[in-house]
Design a protein around this ligand. Structure first.
Ligand SMILES: Nc1ncnc2c1ncn2[C@@H]1O[C@H](COP(=O)(O)OP(=O)(O)OP(=O)(O)O)[C@@H](O)[C@H]1O
Length: 335
């Protein structure tokens, strides 16, 4: 497993990682999420001793990285897919890594096979697409058959087939009992892959939870109703003690009432409906709300504009329903 205790990194005045304490466990895929600039790569670099913490510690299976005897056999990582000597073939790149780490050369062919690059083993890496480079980086991570694997944004630039392949690979590695830690800034991608989530914003821990709980806490369900007789519909709902919130497009949103009951109620009042539909807020939306106060740059017309630090997540406009659950627990924990 990977254990972080108070891990902190300053670059001059900039606090990139701020007292992170969490544990990444074996046997599951743990997603590491945060907006751009949240500190994900810096944290992963410190796990690999490529950056020194300002304070705090990170341990791999109880040891500091420097105490690991043959590091590649304990921890493998894909950080920068393109950081490969372009003049070397895929096989030679892996062979150099194998030889300098005391690994058998036969392992090179095995990992090339595993990532589907056997047919281009002798091709120079500089001609590789981003997807092929990602596969080569994964082959390097797997070379020492390590129990702990780190992947930094592994699906970047991949086509749907490549994304599907990486997802299955990570799940299979976890099913073999390995510790799999994968960063992304896409909640939707993580929802399909990870069993557990660690979310950071501006270097600080915002959530450390199972995916099941995150979905449970953040999946807001409600019903949308639209009628040419909106006022009458609203009155009919109110008469039954049901609170409906009017939204911009002329529809009503109702929380916590089954769609069947709402349809029957409209029929009982002979009201015409143009829409009666159950809705689910996306996890992407929940993640964006959770991290809204910690986004480093917001898009503006023109240049990026630094966001204000420490703002609470955006609340719905007055009069609009408060989505049940989202972010509330994490915000409580943070305060
Ligand atoms: N070597 C460095 N010198 C100065 N600042 C740095 C350095 N490396 C990272 N930072 C800053 O630290 C913060 C965290 O960066 P980091 O790359 O770890 O974030 P990230 O979550 O991986 O972002 P992204 O999703 O965009 O890759 C950013 O504000 C970044 O500008």
């Amino acid at each position: 497993m990977i254990e972080l205790a108070g891990l902190t990194k300053h670059y001059g005045d900039k606090v990139a990682v701020d007292h992170l304490t969490f544990t990444v466990r074996p046997g599951i895929v743990t997603g590491f999420l945060g907006p751009n600039g949240a500190g994900k790569s810096t944290t992963m670099r410190m796990m690999l001793d490529l950056d020194s913490p300002t304070s705090g510690t990170v341990r791999i299976d109880g040891k500091h990285y420097r105490q690991l005897q043959d590091p590649l056999t304990s921890i493998g990582a894909l950080l920068e897919a393109k950081s490969v000597h372009g003049g070397r073939s895929a096989a030679n790149h892996l062979l150099c890594l194998a030889q300098s780490n005391g690994l058998p050369r036969g392992r090179v062919g095995e990992v090339l096979e595993m990532v589907g690059l056997s047919s281009v083993a002798k091709k120079r890496a500089k001609g590789f697409s981003l997807g092929m480079s990602q596969r080569l980086g994964i082959a390097a991570a797997l070379l020492g058959d390590p129990q702990v694997l780190l992947f930094d944004e592994p699906v970047n630039g991949l086509d749907p087939e490549g994304i599907h392949w990486i997802r299955n690979l990570m799940k299979n590695l976890a099913a073999q009992g390995r510790t799999v830690f994968v960063s992304s800034h896409l909640m939707s991608e993580m929802a399909l892959t990870a069993d557990h989530l660690v979310v950071i914003g501006q270097g600080r821990l915002m959530a450390d939870t199972s995916m099941k709980d995150f979905i449970h806490q953040n999946s807001r369900s409600y019903v949308r109703m639209r009628s040419p007789e909106q006022e009458k519909l609203r009155d009919a709902l109110q008469g039954e003690g049901i609170r409906a919130v009017a939204v911009g497009d002329g529809s009503l949103e109702i929380d916590g009432v089954p769609v069947e009951r709402l349809g029957e109620l409209a029929a009982a009042h002979h009201l015409v409906l143009h829409e009666l539909s159950p809705q689910h807020a996306s996890l992407e939306e929940a993640f964006m709300r959770l991290t809204a106060g910690s986004v480093e740059y917001h898009a503006h017309d023109g240049d990026p504009v630094p966001a204000q630090a420490g703002l609470p997540p955006e609340s719905p406009p007055p009069g609009e329903p408060q989505p049940a659950g989202w972010g509330a627990d994490w915000q409580k924990k943070r305060s």
